[in-house]
Write a protein that binds this ligand. Structure first.
Ligand code: LER
Ligand code: MN
Length: 272
């Protein structure tokens, strides 16, 4: 059965980012539980910041799981990414992600590689960038496996990456990996921009999809745009998806209402 989750960001630089709750993990957990979410996904500024949170206590108190942890602060705060031409910077990017993997693992929460994947450019051609990225995914995927968790790789829209923008390209990117522990994150916002059909894109991802960012066409809460969720729900059923549908959306008109709209749409789409 597909489970619901909602994002909480405590990254100062991402205050205007597409996260439902901001700044206060305790308050976000309280609201998530009140609205009936199964889990939260946390975007933190560093592994240390994640480790410093009273997460075990908060999750137990509110009967929530930790669905996933984001790594994008490595890019947002430090400009790090896995395709950097400089080997020392790539190693730093890897270390940052390794720390987030280790912070999420005790809660069974996989780390997400989204913006930390980077891009190819005039200095680093596409083949070289892809080999850098695959090298890191192999190392980090196996590291996560050793800790009993997974790693999620997220295809992004063309304005955020040029490595894999569709689920099909995501599958092709993962195919040569030595590790079997990296799954795709299907973000409906990116897919709405890049896929010919979102439902077919989900079928292209198939068994490789491990996580879904559940959001509307305009990156607002599900139900506040023009996304047609019926074929999306059908495609997820067709591929036997039973992970999270996690709200990664702007807090419009405010965090609480975005979360409430999300869970209403989630229940209408997945629980009827
Ligand atoms: C970025 O656009 C995104 O969708 C995040 O989940 C990854 O950093
Ligand atoms: Mn996303």
């Amino acid at each position: 059965m597909i489970k619901s989750a909602v994002t909480i960001s405590i990254v100062e630089e991402a205050r205007k980012g597409p996260f439902v709750f901001h700044d206060d993990v305790a308050a976000g957990c309280e609201k998530a539980a009140e609205l009936g979410f199964d889990a939260v996904e946390i975007f933190a500024p560093s592994p240390e910041a994640l480790n410093a949170l009273p997460l075990a206590e908060l999750l137990a108190k509110h009967n929530l799981s930790l669905a996933a942890v984001g790594t994008g602060a490595g890019m947002v705060k430090h400009g790090l990414h896995l395709c950097d031409a400089d080997a020392a910077r790539r190693a730093k990017a890897c270390d940052f992600i390794r720390g987030i993997i280790e912070a999420g693992a005790p809660y069974g929460a996989p780390a997400i590689i989204g913006s930390m994947q980077g891009k190819w450019d005039a200095v680093t051609d596409k083949a070289t960038a892809l080999s850098y990225l695959r090298d890191s995914l192999n190392v980090l995927g196996e590291h996560a496996k050793g800790l009993g968790t997974r790693l999620f790789y997220e295809p992004l829209n063309r304005y955020e990456t040029n490595l894999a923008t569709t689920m099909k390209e995501g599958v092709e990117l993962l195919a040569p990996l030595a590790t079997d522990n990296v799954l795709l994150l299907a973000d409906l916002f990116h897919m709405n921009i890049e896929e010919t059909s979102i439902a077919d894109g989900l079928r292209d991802g198939g068994k490789h999809i491990g996580h879904v960012h559940f959001v509307d066409s305009n990156r607002q809460a599900a139900g506040r745009g023009h996304m047609n969720y019926a074929p999306i729900a059908q495609a997820l059923a067709d591929i036997d998806y039973d992970g999270y549908a996690c709200a990664e959306a702007f807090p419009i008109p405010d965090s609480y209402q975005a979360a409430r709209q999300t869970i209403e749409t989630f229940n209408a789409v997945f629980r009827t």
